[in-house]
Design a protein around this ligand. Structure first.
Ligand SMILES: [Zn+2]
Length: 187
């Protein structure tokens, strides 16, 4: 075969094309690596989020704050918080932050319902966890003083506990004041 200028140019073109495609595949591989690293980090973050979520108190106020933070949206209110609580009461578990948002979604019927009716539907027949060793849900320990009372029914909480920090704090404050009142009248 005779080596012409044209052949040399063809070879040079092939080498250039190969090197370009190798560079591109290196860039693609680097992108993929970065993506995988990000995925791994996100999965770790999700795992940590779920761990913290499982151990935190799932009261209405906290759920609203959490929903707003996760979704960067202010639209969430007490109704959505109750939906999350109900899903959790049914024994549902989250596997990523978005699951909380998913639990909070209202059905079209619920969207249309009056707030009163919504609470009635939510709190009537409150689900008990399917596990036999599940926590028994009863009325909030604050009773009639419960801050999340709806239609004179205190919110549900694990037996002997408060449904929220707010209830706990105000209940303890009232108790403390009562005690102080008793001791000052004795003196
Ligand atoms: Zn309460």
């Amino acid at each position: 075969m005779e080596v012409t200028q044209e052949t040399l140019q063809q070879v040079a073109d092939i080498i250039a094309a190969e090197s370009a495609s190798r560079k591109m595949s290196e860039a693609a591989a680097a992108r993929l690596r970065a993506q995988n690293d990000a995925d791994r980090e996100r999965k770790l973050d999700d795992k940590e989020f779920c761990r913290q979520f499982d151990t935190m108190l799932h009261d209405v106020g906290r759920m609203i704050i959490l929903l707003r933070r996760i979704s960067q949206d202010e639209k969430w209110d007490e109704r959505h918080a109750w939906k999350v609580r109900r899903c959790l009461a049914m024994g549902w578990k989250i596997s990523c932050p978005h699951d909380v948002v998913f639990f909070a979604r209202l059905t079209p019927d619920e969207e249309k319902m009056s707030v009163d009716r919504f609470y009635r539907e939510m709190t009537n027949n409150w689900p008990t966890p399917p596990r036999e060793d599940g926590i028994k849900m009863v009325d909030c320990r604050a009773g009639k003083a419960c801050k999340w009372i709806t239609r004179r029914r205190p919110a549900q909480a694990p037996e002997g506990q408060f449904c929220s920090q707010i209830c706990r704090q105000s209940f303890l404050a009232v108790q403390k004041r009562a005690k102080a009142g008793v001791s000052s009248s004795v003196n």
